[in-house]
Design a protein around this ligand. Structure first.
Ligand SMILES: [Zn+2]
Length: 154
């Protein structure tokens, strides 16, 4: 089975909309703050250093809809930043513990796992060995916030 994977943060069109409108798709104003360092950014899929202008906005990562299509908080850069490389696991996220939450094509949740630091990429490939898995959301362990979505290439 093809296990080449794509890694997707907040879509570029949505980031553009948020930055132009100065509010997110759910009506929350973009309030700029200075990063303390360590905030996971869902625009470029990097971890913020100290002193970067960022904002906490709401995002709905599930595109299939349904009861699991929850809206949650995400940090993004306030201004344009480089798009992440979609074809490789985001480097800054490699050494973080993560919840890996799989969904089927209808958006129903399947059995997930907690990945220890350095194991997320391997665990993702294992989850995608199940043909029922359509996407996997990588999330924070404690807060549960969405970090990025992983799907098969093509
Ligand atoms: Zn960014």
């Amino acid at each position: 089975m093809n296990t080449e994977l794509r890694y997707e943060g907040v879509p570029a069109a949505e980031l553009h909309r948020i930055r132009c409108n100065n509010h997110d798709d759910f009506g929350n104003a973009v309030v700029s703050r200075t990063s303390g360092g360590g905030e996971p950014l869902r625009c470029c899929l990097t971890i913020a250093g100290a002193g970067e202008p960022i904002a906490l906005v709401a995002h709905r990562p599930m595109t299939a809809g349904g009861p699991y299509a929850e809206v949650g908080p995400v940090f993004v850069h306030v201004t344009d930043c480089p798009s992440p490389a979609a074809d490789s696991f985001p480097f800054d996220y490699r050494d973080r513990r993560a919840v890996l939450r799989p969904y089927d094509v209808a958006g129903q949740m399947l059995d997930g796992t907690v990945a220890e630091p350095g194991t997320s990429e391997t665990e993702l490939k294992r989850l995608f060995e199940d043909p029922a898995v359509d996407t996997v959301q990588v999330r924070n362990v404690v807060a549960g916030c969405w970090n990025f979505t992983v799907r098969r290439q093509g």
